[in-house]
Design a protein around this ligand. Structure first.
Ligand code: NAI
Length: 330
């Protein structure tokens, strides 16, 4: 099978080439993303491999269907960036990597929170400059806080266990109750409104769908405690960034940590340090002392990259051999 690999980075090539030793597929790596412009490059490939910010809309699918492409392999869990119904109608078979070290994202939530609460990023710089003053570094403790987890699937359930272990009260909202999690840890399911009202820390771990886009908006923020901490490692579109920005200014939101951003496609995964970033809202957010932003790196551990590569190639092998794959999206 020929695979056209979009949005490829050096680390993707490294891990996929290693995993591909067991499969022997022909892979061509493109360092640009899949768009209406670049889709012409895909025509010769039976399979294309895409990531979170590739855009697989109707036009892209129409062009793909004129070439050899039959399979679309997401090397990620979320697949909100494809017009799924249309892809199905056009006969494409799509696979994803539903769980690749969910611990990676769960631990990143903790990293974000501890950095924000204990200012380790500021302390690191101060100490390197011989400044041992503690002024401005007083922080928050996680212990004893009520943590609200939205979505208790692979990642959210690990996050629940982490906060249980840190001595927090853990509440959660999910249309599907995770019985295994319920039986093994101390967690209470509540409706979303109650979660907003009770939680000191709210962390988002549900997929982005048409129904929950901007679930965090001025209306839901009004229900939250004053000084609430909001963490989003799910998808940027879960949050109305403008509303969150206003709530940071009014101090209704006390801390914000995001690894995803609704307009991230034009920013993340690229070195823009010598460019002028035109997204004023994003740049304004970076000036808040109580905001921490990382560029969609929650998944980014060596273990996860290895699993992503192996599962993606195994998914494609299943499609090629016409076997049923649990990782097929439809
Ligand atoms: P999962 O599918 O195992 O769990 C998602 C859970 O959310 C399910 O239990 C589902 O019932 C629940 N859910 C669906 N709609 C909901 C709603 N409206 N309110 C509350 N709960 C809802 O997914 P997993 O692996 O835990 O990943 C969660 C999300 O994390 C992914 O969809 C993806 O967008 C994001 N992600 C981010 C990464 C990063 O690097 N920052 C890496 C991997 C995933």
């Amino acid at each position: 099978m020929n695979i056209g690999f979009f949005s490829a980075k050096k680390y993707d090539e490294e891990f996929f080439n290693q995993a591909n030793k067991n499969y022997g597929y022909k892979v061509r790596y493109f360092d640009f993303s899949l768009t209406e412009k670049s889709v012409v490059m895909a025509s010769e490939f039976e399979a294309i491999c895409v990531f979170v910010n590739d855009r697989i809309n109707k036009n892209v699918l129409d062009t793909l269907s004129k070439g050899k492409t039959k399979y679309i392999a997401f090397r990620c869990a979320g697949y909100n960036n494809i017009d799924l119904q249309y892809a199905q109608k056009k006969g494409f078979r799509c696979v994803r990597v539903p769980a690749y070290s969910p611990n990676a994202v769960a631990e990143h939530v903790l990293a974000l929170l501890l950095t924000l609460y204990r200012s380790t990023h500021k302390a690191y710089n101060r100490v390197r400059e011989g400044n041992f003053s503690l002024t401005g570094l007083s922080g928050e403790e996680i212990f004893g806080k009520t943590v609200g987890i939205v979505g208790t699937g692979n990642i959210g359930s690990i996050v629940a266990n982490i906060f249980n272990g840190l001595g927090c009260e853990v509440i959660a909202s999910d249309p599907v109750v995770n019985q295994d999690l319920m039986s093994k840890s101390s967690i209470q399911y509540v409706d979303l409104e109650e979660l907003y009202q009770r939680a000191d820390i709210i962390t988002l771990h549900c997929p982005l769908t048409n129904d929950n886009r901007h679930m965090i908006d001025s209306h839901s923020i009004q229900m939250m405690k004053r000084g609430v901490t909001l963490v989003n490692t799910g998808r940027g579109g879960l949050i109305n960034t403008q509303a969150v920005y206003e709530a940071l200014k009014s101090k209704h939101i006390g801390y914000l940590a995001i690894d995803v951003y609704e307009e991230e496609a034009s920013l993340f995964f690229e070195d823009l340090s010598t460019d002028i970033i035109m997204d004023d809202l994003f740049m304004r957010l970076t000036t808040f002392p109580n905001v921490l932003i990382t560029g969609h790196q929650g998944f980014f551990t060596k273990r996860a990259l290895k699993q992503i590569a192996e599962t993606t190639l195994e998914n494609l092998k299943a499609l090629e051999k016409r076997l049923k794959s649990d990782n097929e999206i439809f």
